[in-house]
Design a protein around this ligand. Structure first.
Ligand SMILES: Nc1nc2c(ncn2[C@@H]2O[C@H](COP(=O)(O)OP(=O)(O)OP(=O)(O)O)[C@@H](O)[C@H]2O)c(=O)[nH]1
Length: 412
């Protein structure tokens, strides 16, 4: 279901801009121009359909943020937009339980709104661990984090913090105070970096200490960022957002580098990384299969290249489904590879025969043309010479399968 965003805004220009940003974020803008209209529209729909509300601070029938109170009382995560930038307004807004506020200074800040909207949904899966000896300080930070839908966890010292990190794989960010009983924040960060790389865990060091060079010391010890206490809400949110986005960007780069562009399956590079990782624990049994589509050139020549691409994507779907519990990849062209560890050779052969039969009995339809295809499979269980030797052996068996008439599995 497309989530709704309730907009309460009387300025036409600002409304237009927000409506287009919210639509671009694949959300459904529900536009209202006054508090009365917002109340009416909201009362006639289910609250859970809404992701959040974007509310103007100053409306003709709600000049002092009354629309914000309405949205918060309706349990809507609320983002405020305002053209009033005086300190009093800013403090009034931030003292309310709002997600954040956007000053209408220039069109650029609306870009921040897009990022914020994206985050509200994604944050529900992101864990942030606050490690701080002061209860008040911990609670202040987790309360702010919850406004943006993060999963929050707390620890009072290094020991608890490490334990929490070990047992919660959804933690992407840790905020670590310098002064704690037992191990200091700086020492804890350098300890954590032995296990958690900068690509896997963001760490924001935090301290009220004014010693010069402390921020640099945090970064040198492995923190990805630093915040000085007391911090302002905006800086807190901006730094959190930047750190979480940095990790997500790394994840995207990793995913792109490891997957095949056409089919979305893991690629050759990922295959070797995964196999190398599983070889570290020297599995007792190993098998490797190369799957090659028969007469694939004919599919391209008869039905066109687009149909060839479609065939590869359909086969990739089956490969992903069938070999979900093993390591499978598109190796290039019309070739797929599957690696099995600790699975009995008889069982592997059975799986491969089952897969071959499933392909042979499948009818593919592209642009109203139906056709079938088959695959030949080379399979080896001989792991004496390592992974490259296994690939050579499987390839030799594949060659025999092709020469033997195709649509068959040849193993050692
Ligand atoms: N559509 C499409 N075709 C591809 C892609 N990658 C490789 N091919 C085509 O796959 C075909 C492979 O042809 P061949 O190596 O002669 O093998 P074959 O026709 O499958 O014959 P056998 O393997 O001997 O059964 C070539 O025509 C390539 O152009 C791709 O990403 N998309």
């Amino acid at each position: 279901m497309q989530r709704k965003v309730l907009i309460v805004e009387d300025s036409k220009t600002s409304m237009q801009l927000m409506r287009s940003l919210i639509t671009q974020a694949k959300l459904r803008p529900i536009c209202t121009t006054s508090l009365v209209e917002a109340k009416h529209v909201f009362s006639s729909s289910a609250p859970e359909e809404y992701l959040c509300a974007v509310v103007d601070f100053n409306l003709p029938d709600a000049p002092n943020g009354e629309a914000i109170d309405f949205a918060i009382e309706s349990f809507l995560p609320t983002i405020v937009v305002t053209d009033k930038l005086d300190e009093d307004t800013r403090t009034t807004i931030l003292n309310k339980n709002v997600v954040d506020y956007i000053p209408k200074e220039n069109a650029q800040v609306y870009e921040y709104l897009t990022r914020l909207l994206n985050r509200l949904d994604k944050n529900k899966k992101v864990g942030v661990l606050v490690i701080d000896g002061s209860r008040a300080s911990r609670h202040a930070m987790t309360a702010l984090l919850r406004r943006q839908n993060f999963i929050t966890l707390e620890a009072v010292n290094a020991e608890q913090g490490m334990e929490s990190l070990h047992s919660n794989s959804n933690i992407k960010l840790a905020i670590i105070d310098e002064k704690m009983s037992g191990m200091s924040g700086l020492k804890l960060i350098s300890e954590l970096r032995k296990t958690y790389s900068q690509e896997d865990l963001g760490i924001i060091g935090i301290s009220s200490d004014t010693t010069s060079g402390l921020s640099a010391l945090f970064i040198k010890s492995g923190a990805t960022d630093y915040l000085h206490k007391p911090y302002c809400h905006e800086e807190f949110f901006c730094r959190i957002m930047q750190n979480v986005e940095r990790l997500e960007n790394i994840e995207t780069i990793r995913r792109v580098a490891n997957s095949d562009y056409l089919t979305g399956l893991p690629n050759r590079r990922y295959f070797f990384t995964r196999v190398a990782a599983s070889l570290k624990v020297t599995p007792k049994l190993q098998s490797l299969a190369i799957i090659d589509i028969d007469h694939f050139k004919k599919v391209n020549d008869t039905y066109g290249h687009d149909c060839g691409d479609y065939t590869l994507k359909e086969l990739a779907k089956l490969v992903a489904e069938y070999f979900e519990d093993f390591t499978a990849a598109r190796f290039g062209g019309e070739e797929f590879c599957v690696y099995f560890s600790n699975t009995a050779p008889k069982k592997v052969l059975q799986i491969m025969q089952g897969f071959r039969e499933a392909i042979a009995s499948k009818t593919l339809t592209f642009e109203k043309k139906s056709f079938a295809c088959t695959v030949s499979i080379g399979l080896t269980h001989n792991s004496k010479g390592g992974i490259n030797a296994m690939l050579r052996l499987a390839d030799e068996h594949l060659y025999s399968a092709k020469n033997g008439g195709r649509n068959q599995v040849v193993s050692d």
